[in-house]
Design a protein around this ligand. Structure first.
Ligand code: ASP
Length: 356
């Protein structure tokens, strides 16, 4: 009798555990389904930013530098967050957030743009609306104080996506944009970086046997990017850069290329990238991250990690940030660090520089 009772209890437990497994599996499936079909909640909003990736190591930073970066990144986040909190659009939030970083010499965009091989500053920027897939970009502009504002005008006021060089500047002159003399972009720090880079190239050419590690130690990017989700569930992404130090004049990187350096789509995510732009173009990195979510149904974090893996496999480096319609935030990079942070309507607020 006792044996029968024990057998019955045993059978009951097996049945219960199988049912639990089935329940959790069907719950997983449901949540995936909800993820695909649910309309974005009105309440959640968030912004995530980057200020470039590269050899950003604690031992190379003074406390003063850390404070300067932390404060500027926080100011940028606060600016975008305030717009979102007041019911503004994600497009306005990313644009104004980027303006803060473009006006700072700390980042490789606007004021702090790096020099090309001729000692000139040529800047690129792009912006995209995840609701309409409308987008705008400028490349190789030299006198527009805030290139992201020109990208926004291309998006809002033309039937085109990308304008370059003098044509972009002539077009932008019809609008109320601030134009500056090229000398505005001349900073000592960036000029020294150009000289170092040119010395490194020369050393490599003249003395292939010399270890150039010391000359590439401040190898970092510094492009700025922002992705935001507003109260209406709309995602926008934007990126602004001076490009790569010592780049060939006329070279255009990934930042103004929609799908490479910037992408936004309400149904998947918004993305902004930083790093060796050629690799982000070759992998169409930002769009690839979106497609991985769309077709492989991976999480935002998994998709960003996958893209960085692809870039690393090709020999490239850098990072990217992403935000989805549920206000999930992710970043991934294969460099020593990436200036980054986010602020969400649930109270989370983080600024980070180094590897986790
Ligand atoms: N991705 C940019 C470019 O290649 C550089 C950077 O991210 O700093 O132009």
């Amino acid at each position: 009798m006792k044996a029968i009772k024990l057998l019955l209890i045993f059978l009951f437990l097996i049945n219960f555990s199988c049912k639990k497994d089935q329940d959790s599996e069907s719950h997983d499936k449901t949540s995936k389904l909800q993820d695909k079909t649910s309309t974005p909640t009105e309440k959640h909003f968030a912004i995530v930013i980057h200020g470039g990736a590269g050899t950003i190591k604690k031992e190379n930073m003074t406390p003063e530098q850390e404070t300067a970066y932390r404060e500027k990144l926080q100011e940028a986040l606060n600016t975008g967050y305030a717009i979102l909190e007041n019911g503004g659009t994600s497009l306005d939030a990313v644009q104004k957030t980027i303006n803060i970083m473009e006006d700072s010499p700390l980042f490789n965009a606007g004021k702090g743009a790096v020099f090309n091989s001729l000692g000139k500053n040529e800047m690129d920027a792009s912006i995209m609306d995840g609701n309409t897939l409308n987008c705008g970009a400028v490349a190789g502009v030299k006198h527009i104080k805030n290139p992201i504002n020109a990208a926004r005008i291309v998006m809002d006021s033309t039937r085109h996506v990308l304008l370059s060089g003098k044509g972009a500047e002539d077009f932008a002159k019809q609008y109320k944009l601030t134009f500056v003399d090229a000398s505005y972009f001349h900073t000592e720090k960036r000029f020294n970086q150009l000289q170092k880079a040119q010395k490194k190239d020369k050393v490599q050419l003249d003395h292939a046997f010399i270890n150039t590690q010391e000359l590439i130690d401040d190898h970092k990017y510094g492009t700025v990017g922002a992705v935001a989700l507003d109260k209406n569930g709309n995602i926008a992404a934007a990126t602004s850069t001076g490009g790569l130090t010592n780049k060939k004049y006329g070279r255009i990187g990934d930042s103004p290329i929609i799908g490479a350096g910037t992408y936004a789509n309400n149904t998947t995510c918004g993305i902004s990238c930083t790093g060796t732009g050629e690799y982000f173009i070759r992998t169409l990195a930002a769009h690839e991250a979106s497609n991985i979510i769309k077709y492989k149904e991976l999480s935002l974090q998994e998709s960003l990690d996958n893209v960085i893996q692809q870039i690393g496999d090709l020999g490239g480096d850098g990072g990217l940030i992403g935000l989805d319609k549920k206000a999930n935030i992710a970043w991934s990079f294969n460099t020593k660090g990436m200036y980054r942070g986010y602020k969400k309507s649930n109270g989370e607020n983080i600024v980070k520089f180094y590897e986790e």
